[in-house]
Design a protein around this ligand. Structure first.
Ligand code: PGA
Length: 256
């Protein structure tokens, strides 16, 4: 595992974007697994800049997002701050700024009428695309990757998951509060790739920022591998893993 510490969020984001951009240049039809949350916004903005200023070409790239809240989907008639779907987040923060083909950019469909069946189809879509070349990951305050909450099996695949209170609280503070949506009204379930789905990617790129993540990333990278912190699964990942942290997030690591 490669662990890289950068001075700040902006440097972390630039390096993460350059890892993704290198792959896109080397393999123009690569399959990228993408993530939502506050952490990847800088990475997506840098990728958009590389597209605009340096012609980074996404026309043959396929993407699959890790997760989406169950019960909502993108609604372009709403202002961005009122539409909390991850599909809308991806549209605004990345997809509309690059030349990816709409049909190639996949976010789990939160309004699926038969979510369990849909989850199986999502797995098949990833497999049919040739599997994920690179999966971008953040880490949740409870140690989750995707929405694989504490206790999720390392054998888990794309499925509907109940969010735990920590995830609801974190996402309320980061996103829902601004939209005036109460915690009671927030979605409590999500469709998420499973830990096994993520671990089948050919490479993993984790980005971690801020002092608020220092304890959990220390446990995930240096503590026991446990389903109570699903991000700890990356310690037993067999292929290429890069973790990029900013200084505050790295401040509790002991083995640097
Ligand atoms: P964040 O979320 O980037 O908003 O901290 C990370 C995650 O939940 O994976």
């Amino acid at each position: 595992m490669k662990i890289i510490v950068k001075d700040n969020y902006s440097e972390m984001s630039k390096l993460a974007a350059s890892v993704i951009a290198d792959l896109v240049r080397k393999k123009p039809d690569c399959v990228l697994g993408l993530a939502t949350g506050a952490t990847p916004i800088g990475t997506y903005h840098e990728l958009a800049r590389l597209h605009k200023e340096e012609g980074l070409d996404f026309s043959a790239v396929t993407t699959f997002n890790l997760d989406e809240y169950l019960g909502i989907s993108m609604d372009l008639t709403l202002p961005y701050e009122m539409d909390q779907s991850y599909a809308r987040f991806m549209h605004e923060e990345l997809f509309k700024k690059i030349n990816i083909k709409k049909k190639n950019a996949h976010v789990p469909y939160g309004l699926a009428t038969d979510p369990d069946k849909y989850c199986k189809e999502y797995e098949k879509m990833i497999a049919d695309a040739g599997g994920l070349d690179l999966q971008l990951l953040g880490i949740g305050g409870d140690g989750h990757i995707g929405f694989n909450e504490p206790g999720s099996s390392f054998d888990s695949r794309t499925r509907v998951e109940h969010l735990n209170q920590k995830s609801i609280d974190d996402n309320y503070e980061a996103f829902y509060k601004k939209a005036g949506v109460s915690k009671e009204e927030m979605p409590k379930k999500a469709i998420t790739m499973g830990v096994a789905t993520i671990m089948e990617a050919k490479s993993l790129l984790m980005i971690v920022s801020g002092i608020g993540k220092a304890d959990i990333i220390q446990k995930a990278l240096e503590g026991p591998v446990t389903t109570q912190i699903t991000a700890s699964a990356i310690q037993i990942f067999k292929r290429d893993v890069t973790v990029i942290l900013d200084k505050p997030a790295a401040s509790k690591l002991k083995k640097l």
